[in-house]
Design a protein around this ligand. Structure first.
Ligand SMILES: Nc1ncnc2c1ncn2[C@@H]1O[C@H](COP(=O)(O)OP(=O)(O)OP(=O)(O)O)[C@@H](O)[C@H]1O
Length: 485
């Protein structure tokens, strides 16, 4: 089973050495991720494409490989290809008919052939032959050269015939690692999640920097979402998750800064800290999810005052985007339910925040701020490799995790319904409720509170976060269920 991976068109207009480097990177990214699903998958980078060959035609393997390639930056589309030795026109037609008969029935169609190498026929001759055959044998609605419902695609390279049976849309963008690394300031909300995704898609290894304003449950939630993004779109390269405890910085701001300036000053503190982190990692830029006027503090004047605190480049991929478009992207990339579920944790909720920050005034306010508090927060920064997040959360878990279900206990499977269908939790002896994590908080209150509930998810990360969250809200009858593996 073979795939032809077509490059994102912007790669093909690069100079020769740059294009070569990008193709090599795409090849190695695909190698890293595809080998995880089957060690015998072969990936070959060529001048105008990357070829991927699976060791078998197993359907599950094929589906996983397609899903993985569809989430890999740098790919325009993925062609699923069957390969045959090039025979006579009649043989080529018979093969084409076998693959396409069902697809062209009742539809208008066109045959398109791409040919490379020397042959004694023209592509148009073969297109006509096959088109005539399909017309005669397949109950089509006829040929339409301009707006066909189905395009029958063949490629001939030397003495090989490639028949494209399916086409999948790729992610576009540049192969991960072809652009400089960046650090994304991630709060777990819609905006920073989409901003992080956009820099990954554009080819930058994207590290995550989180300022913890809201305690352990917030941190687990943000780790979960960062892990999701990395796993799905960026796992060809390892990145860091950096967490800075910012509660005392917020406390210092609350005590010593006038309320109208708190928001801007908090962001300036974040930028100062981000600069130090970026310096340590020798990186030139960080990323935020701000967009003009989305909230009253995100005016151009305020953003300029925020920027002036650092010499690093602040990349704002969403700067002119509408909120609804941003939310739509989270749905497309599968991050909507995660982001929606992250509560607003910002402790610095300004009453009538300034929309017109003056640098002088901000600096006056900041003169009252004890910068040792910021230095201490930076001292306490934690850096972990993103692939160690699950381990880390489990090591530091504060909620008791049980391996068995006892009397008066019920399991709540909090996974997304997609996951529940894919891998049902089969426990005939226990009572299992299914409440996806995004409905949990509201539905939990309606449950019989004389019982104890054990939350279950795939890796034990979501269940820790939500159990913690419910306990913080005063529900003591909640624990985690983690079966032994
Ligand atoms: N706790 C945090 N940790 C890391 N970055 C943060 C944090 N809070 C805010 N940011 C960064 O600042 C940006 C603007 O945050 P703000 O809270 O003003 O807006 P927002 O629209 O709520 O953002 P988001 O939807 O990303 O939470 C965020 O997109 C993010 O990049």
């Amino acid at each position: 089973m073979k795939f032809i991976v077509k490059l994102f068109p912007e790669i093909t207009i690069k100079s020769k050495p740059v294009r070569k480097r990008f193709i090599q990177r795409l090849q190695s990214n695909l190698q890293v991720t595809l080998k995880r699903i089957d060690n015998d998958i072969k990936v070959r980078g060529l001048w105008d494409r990357v070829e991927v060959e699976l060791p078998s035609a197993d359907r599950a393997l094929r589906a996983r490989a397609v899903e993985l390639m569809c989430c890999t930056p740098g790919i325009q589309h993925i062609l699923e290809v069957d390969q045959y030795p090039l025979g006579t026109f009649e043989e080529v037609f018979q093969i084409t008919r076998e693959v396409y008969a069902g697809q062209v029935k009742g539809k208008t169609f066109v045959v398109r052939i791409k040919r490379g190498g020397r042959h004694e026929f023209k592509s148009t001759d073969l297109e006509r032959y096959i088109g005539g055959g399909l017309l005669e044998h397949c109950e089509t609605r006829g040929v339409d050269l301009h707006n066909p419902e189905v395009t029958v695609k063949l490629e001939i390279r030397d003495q090989q015939l490639f028949l494209i049976s399916h086409q999948h849309k790729g992610l576009g963008g540049y192969p991960l690692g072809t652009q400089e690394d960046v650090i994304s300031l991630i709060s777990g909300g819609f905006d920073s999640v989409v901003a992080s995704y956009m820099t990954m898609r554009r080819g930058s290894k994207t590290h995550f920097l989180f300022f913890n304003l809201g305690g352990r449950a917030h941190e687990i939630g943000v780790k979960q979402i960062a892990l999701y993004l990395w796993h799905r779109y960026g796992s060809a390269a390892r990145v860091k998750f950096i967490s800075v405890p910012f509660d005392e910085v917020v406390g210092e701001i609350l005590q010593n800064v006038h309320h109208t300036h708190m928001g801007v000053i908090l962001k300036r503190m974040m930028m100062r800290a981000a600069e130090k982190v970026a310096d340590r990692m020798k990186l030139p830029a960080f990323v935020t999810g701000e967009s003009i006027a989305q909230v009253s503090s995100q005016t151009l004047i305020n953003l300029q005052v925020i920027d002036s605190v650092t010499s690093k480049l602040i990349v704002r991929p969403l700067v002119t985007m509408d909120k609804q478009d941003i939310i739509d992207i989270t749905k497309e990339i599968g991050a909507y339910d995660f982001a929606k579920n992250i509560p607003e944790y910002c402790g610095v909720i300004s009453d009538r925040p300034t929309t017109n920050a003056k640098l002088e005034r901000i600096e006056e306010e900041e003169a009252n701020f004890d910068f040792d508090v910021l230095a201490q927060a930076l001292e306490n920064t934690q850096v972990i490799s993103i692939d160690k997040i699950v381990e880390d959360i489990n090591i530091h878990a504060t909620i008791e995790a049980l391996t068995r279900v006892g009397e008066n206990q019920m399991i709540i499977d909090i996974r997304h319904s997609r996951e529940q269908e894919r891998k049902p939790l089969n426990m005939p002896k226990a009572e299992v409720l299914t409440i996806p994590f995004f409905d949990l908080e509201t539905k939990f209150q309606e449950l019989d509170q004389t019982k104890e509930y054990l939350l279950y998810c795939d890796k034990g990360v979501m269940s820790q976060m939500h159990a913690q969250n419910l306990q913080d809200k005063g529900f003591c009858n909640v624990k985690v269920y983690r079966p032994e593996v």
